[in-house]
Ligand binder design. Structure first.
Ligand code: AMP
Length: 122
Protein backbone atom coordinates (compact mmCIF):
# COMPACT_ATOMS: atom_id res chain seq x y z
CA UNK A 1 0.00 0.00 0.00
CA UNK A 2 1.29 3.45 -0.89
CA UNK A 3 2.20 5.52 2.15
CA UNK A 4 -0.63 8.01 2.90
CA UNK A 5 1.88 10.91 2.76
CA UNK A 6 3.29 9.96 -0.66
CA UNK A 7 2.93 12.93 -3.05
CA UNK A 8 2.51 11.67 -6.62
CA UNK A 9 3.55 15.11 -7.92
CA UNK A 10 7.06 14.95 -6.44
CA UNK A 11 9.89 15.53 -8.91
CA UNK A 12 11.14 11.93 -8.95
CA UNK A 13 7.62 10.61 -9.60
CA UNK A 14 7.54 12.98 -12.59
CA UNK A 15 10.92 11.65 -13.78
CA UNK A 16 9.60 8.08 -13.50
CA UNK A 17 6.51 9.03 -15.54
CA UNK A 18 8.88 10.69 -18.08
CA UNK A 19 7.14 14.03 -17.58
CA UNK A 20 10.55 15.60 -17.00
CA UNK A 21 13.93 14.37 -18.24
CA UNK A 22 16.87 13.01 -16.31
CA UNK A 23 20.42 12.05 -17.18
CA UNK A 24 19.99 8.30 -16.81
CA UNK A 25 22.83 6.03 -15.72
CA UNK A 26 21.04 2.68 -15.42
CA UNK A 27 17.62 1.10 -15.13
CA UNK A 28 16.06 -2.24 -14.18
CA UNK A 29 12.42 -3.29 -13.77
CA UNK A 30 12.42 -1.99 -10.17
CA UNK A 31 14.93 0.88 -10.15
CA UNK A 32 16.26 3.93 -11.96
CA UNK A 33 19.60 5.64 -11.39
CA UNK A 34 20.48 9.09 -12.71
CA UNK A 35 22.82 12.02 -12.15
CA UNK A 36 21.91 14.60 -9.50
CA UNK A 37 21.01 17.94 -11.10
CA UNK A 38 23.03 19.86 -8.48
CA UNK A 39 26.07 17.65 -7.84
CA UNK A 40 27.78 17.91 -4.48
CA UNK A 41 30.83 15.88 -5.63
CA UNK A 42 32.45 15.00 -8.99
CA UNK A 43 30.29 11.87 -8.98
CA UNK A 44 26.78 12.34 -7.59
CA UNK A 45 24.22 9.71 -8.56
CA UNK A 46 20.70 9.13 -7.27
CA UNK A 47 19.23 5.65 -6.96
CA UNK A 48 15.44 5.43 -6.76
CA UNK A 49 12.89 2.62 -6.73
CA UNK A 50 10.19 2.71 -9.41
CA UNK A 51 7.57 1.99 -6.76
CA UNK A 52 5.95 4.86 -4.87
CA UNK A 53 7.92 4.80 -1.61
CA UNK A 54 8.34 7.85 0.58
CA UNK A 55 11.68 7.00 2.15
CA UNK A 56 13.82 4.12 3.40
CA UNK A 57 11.60 3.73 6.44
CA UNK A 58 8.55 3.18 4.22
CA UNK A 59 10.49 1.03 1.72
CA UNK A 60 11.96 -1.31 4.35
CA UNK A 61 8.49 -1.96 5.75
CA UNK A 62 6.41 -2.11 2.58
CA UNK A 63 8.52 -3.07 -0.45
CA UNK A 64 8.71 -6.68 -1.61
CA UNK A 65 11.90 -8.65 -1.06
CA UNK A 66 12.41 -8.55 -4.84
CA UNK A 67 12.21 -4.75 -4.88
CA UNK A 68 14.55 -4.46 -1.92
CA UNK A 69 17.10 -6.81 -3.49
CA UNK A 70 16.90 -4.91 -6.79
CA UNK A 71 17.46 -1.61 -4.99
CA UNK A 72 20.61 -2.82 -3.26
CA UNK A 73 21.88 -4.29 -6.54
CA UNK A 74 21.16 -1.00 -8.34
CA UNK A 75 23.35 0.87 -5.87
CA UNK A 76 26.23 -1.48 -6.60
CA UNK A 77 25.67 -1.25 -10.36
CA UNK A 78 25.54 2.55 -10.30
CA UNK A 79 28.69 2.78 -8.16
CA UNK A 80 30.50 0.64 -10.69
CA UNK A 81 29.14 2.29 -13.85
CA UNK A 82 29.91 5.77 -12.52
CA UNK A 83 33.43 4.82 -11.46
CA UNK A 84 32.69 5.72 -7.84
CA UNK A 85 33.69 2.21 -6.75
CA UNK A 86 37.32 2.73 -7.79
CA UNK A 87 38.42 4.81 -4.81
CA UNK A 88 35.43 4.65 -2.51
CA UNK A 89 32.26 6.62 -2.05
CA UNK A 90 29.54 7.56 0.41
CA UNK A 91 25.90 6.48 0.43
CA UNK A 92 23.37 8.85 1.98
CA UNK A 93 19.62 8.52 2.31
CA UNK A 94 17.89 11.47 3.94
CA UNK A 95 14.63 10.72 5.72
CA UNK A 96 12.00 13.21 6.86
CA UNK A 97 12.48 16.56 8.55
CA UNK A 98 15.42 15.78 10.83
CA UNK A 99 17.09 13.94 7.92
CA UNK A 100 16.66 17.05 5.73
CA UNK A 101 14.91 15.11 2.96
CA UNK A 102 13.84 17.48 0.17
CA UNK A 103 12.31 15.13 -2.39
CA UNK A 104 9.67 12.83 -0.83
CA UNK A 105 10.45 9.74 -2.93
CA UNK A 106 13.06 7.29 -1.59
CA UNK A 107 16.51 7.95 -2.99
CA UNK A 108 20.06 7.01 -2.09
CA UNK A 109 22.81 9.45 -3.00
CA UNK A 110 26.11 8.03 -4.25
CA UNK A 111 28.87 10.60 -3.70
CA UNK A 112 32.36 9.98 -4.96
CA UNK A 113 35.17 11.03 -7.27
CA UNK A 114 37.06 12.86 -4.52
CA UNK A 115 37.49 12.49 -0.74
CA UNK A 116 34.02 13.12 0.68
CA UNK A 117 35.24 14.35 4.05
CA UNK A 118 34.03 13.66 7.55
CA UNK A 119 30.60 12.16 8.01
CA UNK A 120 29.21 15.29 9.63
CA UNK A 121 30.24 18.94 9.90
CA UNK A 122 29.82 20.37 13.40
P1 AMP B 1 17.37 15.14 -0.62
O1 AMP B 1 17.71 16.41 0.10
O2 AMP B 1 18.05 13.93 -0.05
O3 AMP B 1 15.86 14.95 -0.75
O4 AMP B 1 17.99 15.28 -2.06
C1 AMP B 1 17.26 15.60 -3.21
C2 AMP B 1 18.23 15.68 -4.35
O5 AMP B 1 17.52 15.68 -5.56
C3 AMP B 1 19.12 16.95 -4.35
O6 AMP B 1 20.49 16.55 -4.31
C4 AMP B 1 18.76 17.63 -5.67
O7 AMP B 1 19.84 18.27 -6.29
C5 AMP B 1 18.22 16.47 -6.49
N1 AMP B 1 17.30 16.83 -7.56
C6 AMP B 1 16.22 17.63 -7.48
N2 AMP B 1 15.60 17.71 -8.66
C7 AMP B 1 16.30 16.92 -9.52
C8 AMP B 1 16.17 16.58 -10.90
N3 AMP B 1 15.16 17.06 -11.65
N4 AMP B 1 17.07 15.74 -11.46
C9 AMP B 1 18.09 15.26 -10.71
N5 AMP B 1 18.27 15.53 -9.40
C10 AMP B 1 17.38 16.36 -8.82
Amino acid sequence: MTHPSYDTENIFAKILRKEIPCKKLSECPHTLTFYDINPQAPIHILVIPKGSYLDMDDFSKSASIEEQAAFVAAIGTAAELSGAHKKGYRLISNIGGFGHQEVPHLHVHILGGEPIGPMRMR
